[in-house]
Design a protein around this ligand. Structure first.
Ligand SMILES: NC(=O)c1ccc[n+]([C@@H]2O[C@H](COP(=O)([O-])OP(=O)(O)OC[C@H]3O[C@@H](n4cnc5c(N)ncnc54)[C@H](OP(=O)(O)O)[C@@H]3O)[C@@H](O)[C@H]2O)c1
Length: 229
């Protein structure tokens, strides 16, 4: 039975991933931003364990993960939580850049650092949920795209560094997915939302499971996922 540490399980892609992994009997550690969310997640996924930490405060992650109850072995660390705020560069203040880079980049870097011993112990797998915007930056999402471009760099350095420890690293780049984040962005861009042209969160979760289940003689290092057949 595999053990995974997952961020973002409260919504969208993360929730679908938690559902899929729970259904197949895997053990989950779920990061929740506050106690209320942790309680809700334990009700929804009764076999999971929770860690309360706000990814907007990466410096507090070490304390949240300290203690005898912290995971000693992890088969995977799944960085799914993220934020995306609309904002042309000319209108994006320091606060927007700070929040976006902190949650999408600095927190995953710190969480990875803290959980690497547990991942090395199990020859585990780090998966970063990136975005098409991490390869081609669209207008109106400069801070988000910058955070995802940098997340790609983090993944590539980590992959090379951890190869001797047999820790695998994958970046997943989905196109538009029908989640609360995507619906909020469409509203902000004043675009009509059509879920039928989006990936479902379940489809992205299924791709994540495929990445994890790949035989250990190889790694799916980068996975592009586009809507449509
Ligand atoms: N939707 C898309 O079209 C799309 C496309 C490509 C990539 N992605 C990426 O996929 C990932 C998941 O996105 P989604 O669409 O599923 O978004 P979502 O429905 O908005 O869910 C985002 C999750 O991140 C968590 N989160 C945000 N800020 C946090 C913080 N400060 N501390 C702890 N948790 C925090 C949220 O927690 P709460 O539940 O507590 O709010 C929520 O569970 C993101 O990395 C996103 O960039 C999405």
């Amino acid at each position: 039975m595999a053990t995974h540490f997952l961020t973002g399980a409260g919504s969208g892609i993360g929730a679908a991933t938690a559902e899929l992994l729970t259904a197949r009997g895997d053990r989950l550690w779920l990061l929740a931003r506050d106690q209320h969310t942790a309680d809700r997640l334990r009700e929804q996924f009764p076999t999971c364990r929770t860690v309360v930490a706000d990814l907007a405060e990466p410096a507090a992650l070490a304390a949240a993960l300290a203690g005898p109850d912290a995971p000693a072995r992890l088969d995977s660390l799944l960085h799914v939580a993220g934020v995306a705020d609309w904002g042309p560069v000319g209108d994006s203040d320091h606060e927007l850049w700070d929040r976006t880079l902190t949650v999408n980049l600095l927190a995953p870097a710190e969480l990875t650092r803290l959980l690497l011993p547990a991942l090395r112990a199990a020859h585990g797998h780090v998966v970063f949920m990136n975005s098409g915007a991490g390869l081609h930056a669209p207008p109106g999402l400069g801070a988000y795209a910058a955070s995802k471009f940098a997340l790609k760099a983090l993944a590539e350095s980590l992959r090379a560094e951890e190869h001797p420890h047999r820790v695998r690293v994958t970046t997943v780049y989905p196109g538009e997915v029908d989640t609360p984040m995507q619906r909020r962005l469409h509203a902000r861009f004043q675009l009509e939302f059509d879920p039928s042209v989006c990936l479902t969160p379940q489809s992205v979760a299924s791709a994540l499971a495929t990445v994890l289940d790949h035989p250990h003689d190889g790694t799916m290092s980068d996975l592009m996922l586009r809507p449509g057949g």
